[in-house]
Design a protein around this ligand. Sequence first.
Ligand code: ASP
Length: 301
Amino acid sequence: MHGGAGRRPISAKQARSLEQALDQGYRLLEAGVPALEAVEAAIRILEASGLFNAGLGSNRQLDDVQRMDAAIMDGRTLRAGAVASIERVMHPITAARLVTERTPHVLLVGEPATRFARYVDVDPLPRHATERRRPTGRRRSHPNALAVRLFQAMARQKVMRKASGQETVGAVALDASGTVAAGASTGGVDVMLPGRVGDTPLIGCGVYADDEAGAISMTGLGESIIRVGAAKEIAQLLDLGWKCSRAADTVLNRLVRRTGGSAGTIVISTTGSFAIRHVTPRMAAGYWDGSGSPIVRDRFH
Ligand code: ASP
């Protein structure tokens, strides 16, 4: 599992939450639950914790609204579900899973995605979490105020390259039947225009899972991850027989070289080998195969 790649060190609370999520996910796998369900259950723990940039703890866009992205994919059937720019739900990952189960589609976006989540009973965020934090003063209601802020944000795009996202969450798993699954959930990056969507809900960019290759969940600057189609690219290398770590390093290095961005990834193969790799200074992540206790750190070099 990962809790995002970036510069910040992992906090003790975040480390505990990741351990809990790994524990829960592994126990489900041990009980014979499919990888997809274990991935969803583990991510839900991090979304509800308020300690990560997902679900309750999601970043806000420049208009002070939380808009979240999530995706989940099953390696056996290649069924995938995703939501983008969804608002006011505690568990975007569950909304994504329900897109695979209750609709013939892969991706729902914006207000209709939020309405879908309501319809299928995904828990809402508590009211206090969705209230706007800043007063709606005269400056805010000035017709140019939003445009000025958007302009400033765009000027900071250069800063974004370095700032990237942080504390996005994700998971990959291999179940007893040999099926892999991948998922991720995020509130986006630190600075973003209203309506910005990252890599997380885009299948083949933020997540990918295929029993003929493996499962991948990305984190980092979404704009760079999208441009190299990172998750699918790693899957293709696994399909060619590459090791998880070599495939991950190759694609992360290409991402840096071609886009100037930075990212991290968790990768698992259908034989159970896995890699946690990042080109950011840190990446909060952990793993557990059931022996001893879950390992959680913020550097995997
Ligand atoms: N990849 C996410 C995004 O760009 C952010 C992150 O992973 O921290 O939305």
